[in-house]
Design a protein around this ligand. Structure first.
Ligand code: PMP
Length: 358
């Protein structure tokens, strides 16, 4: 009875749960240095925990219109509430956009190596995924992308900026060039708060631009699941029609409202993480056998030039340091290190030296 296209789909496999890994490794959770999923090492802002503890409304359904949330996000992001829709993570907004826009066999384009959910979600709605590979520096090949959009009459193009897992930011002039194409352009700015640029202000000026943001990284709320889309009015209406009424939960709302009240503190932490990223990058650059790629996000992609990246990942895991390792051919022998606390990086560099990377 299962739809043949769903039966043929490969399951999306995110990283293994933290507690399972900790048990497998025989290392207590509190000793594990988790640099594998681009989470915020500081966690939520301190006052968020207290706000969550004090909220009396967990027995009540959340507001399907997300009014308080959207009112609080609006001045933060500089867009009117009419263009804001919150989701159970920005992942949900990706799914809603696909379900509204993509019919079977419509083409969706992304530029690998990139975030895996775009091709995965394209498969779920029966669309056809077309890859336009990045160049050797992992920058988008703008002309090849433009050609592919025209050739396939692509419905949508998904570009994270900064890109996960490579860290490249898409130049504003390139975004403006792509906006002239007859396709929906989705700029996924999950890591924008660690970068030097955003195009959130362009939403509403171009009918074919959507920007995605999240509280998972900057606000340290990955486990509470709250992301949002900045979506032009003609399109957002249709997402409202099909979203689950209670897609965003009360705890996430409490945490986001409190996080936005702590914007300055969260920005200060992001600044520290950026400084740590630069320190780690410089240190990795001096290590024989490793080549880090410059990043504008809260992670660094690193090519292992000497030895096997899978082995390195396993050896570090045995020492309680978790990294992401990729099997895709475009990322041959690469690892990705999420930005942690300064002491996490010190431990990583010491473990690398111990393994012969010095
Ligand atoms: N977009 C990109 C580029 C990401 O890397 C991630 C997180 N891995 C997401 C979206 C999903 O974010 P959220 O937690 O808001 O669903």
């Amino acid at each position: 009875f299962v739809r043949p296209d769903i039966a043929a789909l490969e399951a999306y496999t995110p990283i293994q749960p933290f507690d399972v890994l900790s048990e497998q490794l025989g290392i207590p959770i509190e000793q594990i240095i988790k640099l594998d999923a681009n989470e915020n090492p500081y966690g939520p802002a301190p006052s968020v925990t207290e706000a969550l503890r004090n909220c009396p409304f967990y027995a009540i359904y959340p507001d399907p219109d997300q009014t308080r949330l959207r009112r609080a996000i609006s001045p933060f992001i500089g867009q009117p509430i009419e263009r804001i829709l919150c989701g159970n993570g920005s992942d949900e907004i990706i799914d809603l956009l696909m379900r509204v826009l993509v019919q079977p066999n419509d083409v969706v384009i992304a530029c690998p190596p990139t975030f895996g959910m775009y091709s995965f979600n394209t498969g779920v709605v029966g669309g056809r995924f077309v890859a336009v590979p990045r160049d050797t520096n992992f920058d988008v090949d703008i002309e090849a992308l433009a050609d592919a959009v025209l050739e396939h009459q692509a419905k949508m193009v998904f570009l994270p900026s900064p890109n996960n897992p490579t860290g490249n930011l898409l130049a504003r002039e390139h975004v403006l060039r792509l906006l002239k194409l007859p396709t929906m352009l989705v700029l996924d700015e999950a890591y924008a708060e660690f970068s030097s640029g955003s195009v959130a202000d362009l939403v509403g000026q171009h009918p074919n631009l959507v920007v995605l943001r999240t509280f998972s990284k900057w606000a340290g709320l990955a486990g509470l699941r709250l992301g949002y889309g900045l979506i032009p009015e003609w399109l957002i209406t249709h997402l409202w029609k099909i979203k689950q009424p209670y897609n965003t939960n009360v705890a996430a709302e409490v945490a986001v409202l409190q996080s936005l009240a702590e914007t300055e503190a969260l920005n200060a932490r992001a600044k520290i993480m950026v400084a740590e990223r630069e320190r780690l990058f410089a240190a990795l650059q001096t290590i024989d056998g490793l080549t880090p790629f410059p990043s504008q996000a809260n992670f660094i992609l690193c090519r292992v030039e000497r030895g096997d990246a899978a082995q390195l990942k396993a050896d570090l895991a045995k020492r309680g340091i978790l990294l992401r390792y990729y099997r895709n051919p475009e990322l041959a022998n690469c690892i990705r290190v999420s930005i942690g606390l300064p002491e996490h990086h010190d431990a990583l560099l010491a473990a690398l030296a111990d393994l012969g990377y010095r």
